[in-house]
Design a binder for this molecule. Sequence first.
Ligand SMILES: NC(=O)N[C@@H](CC(=O)O)C(=O)O
Ligand SMILES: [Zn+2]
Ligand SMILES: [Zn+2]
Length: 449
Amino acid sequence: MTTTYVLRGARPLGGEPADVVLSGGVITEIAAPGAAAVPDDAAADVVEIDAADHVLLPGLVDLHTHLREPGREDAETVASGTRAAAAGGFTAVHAMANTSPVADTAGVVEQVWRLGQEAGWVDVHPVGAVTVGLGGERLAELGAMADSAARVRVFSDDGKCVHDPILMRRALEYVKAFDGVVAQHAQEPRLTDGAQMNEGVVSAEIGLAGWPAVAEEAIIARDVLLAEHVGSRLHVCHLSTAGSVEIIRWAKGRGIDVTAEVTPHHLILTDELARTYDPTYKVNPPLRTAKDVEAVRAGLADGTIDIVATDHAPHTREDKDCEWGAAAFGMTGLETALAVVQQTMVDTGRMTWADVARVLSANPARIGRIDATQGRPVAVGEPANLTLVDPAATRTVDGAAQATASGNTPFAGRELPGRVVATFLRGRATVLDGAPVAAPAGATRGGAR
Ligand SMILES: NC(=O)N[C@@H](CC(=O)O)C(=O)O
Ligand SMILES: [Zn+2]
Ligand SMILES: [Zn+2]
């Protein structure tokens, strides 16, 4: 027996209050508050949720998550990472390919896809590697991954830049055959050899090797021109500089088919944090300056930047609790992403909740070509992939209390606004009262496509 949920007085996309009824995996009714008819069938299992003043969003979609399985199950597994995703309000994630073995064959992407289905927390869409072993030398079997059960549409060597322009050109040409996209980690390797943090005043003062903005911008400029030349689709991962925003704005003005993402941490944190020498703040691309933070906020608000993607990058204590130079790059983000977007964009008046639904759900679903089932409007007949948020709540982030298996959150001890009260995947609650609920094994089997 499946449960019918009645969300009383929720505000779809932050609009007028309504009763929203979820039944049989879809939204079956949206009525005036108090008017939704509750089935009085004794056999029906009906749960009413007081959602007064809660914002109802389409389930969030992350285009950039590191789940670490296979290979680094000590940092995260598909099960722990997707449970963290559900806790953060997500109903779908794209799992990056830099696993061990690398997700560069149909076999590996199908394994990750199946593990996602078995876990049942969110839809897991594997990202396929662009080059064999992320080696940057030979194209991987992009077509075989696209045709596999995992139906891969996003290809990325994330963690490494596809720096050979001929390979990048071929990849862009190749993915056109199946409407795929190449998601580039834009980092000129020679300009960033040994780099530890943003190159600027702070790196000069504290004596860490700098990663100049131009190393990101030069690759983005090259790639938008390549995408234009071959008439293909490019996505830019985690852009972080004011110059990158300008280049994307220029490319879009020219009609180039490019999309771009910014991470929550680049919307709020700056390279001043490197003065602590706390490797929690070591990330790729590095935290930049306040001027860059302002530029990415403006770019997100005006649509130049299409999406917020977490770049959730869990690392074990051993890989993070060491001196800065030896520590791994990356920070977790699934369970704090929505709160950071609320704080930086909604509570500042720069974006509405409808805009949040666009950058955290509809746009990433469209870029990943999963928009037949995810990132849909909150409307009758649509799949009940939904997130219920209490924007008035606040919390102090406790790394140890998070669902992710890794503790490298840069927001530990910070007070952040908003709380994910409930998450629904095809009408089934994965989170209730702010806590993940046990997902039956194989709960999403057959439904994730
Ligand atoms: N963002 C990071 O600092 N690290 C990522 C790789 C990446 O996203 O480039 C990781 O896999 O740990
Ligand atoms: Zn990257
Ligand atoms: Zn990444």
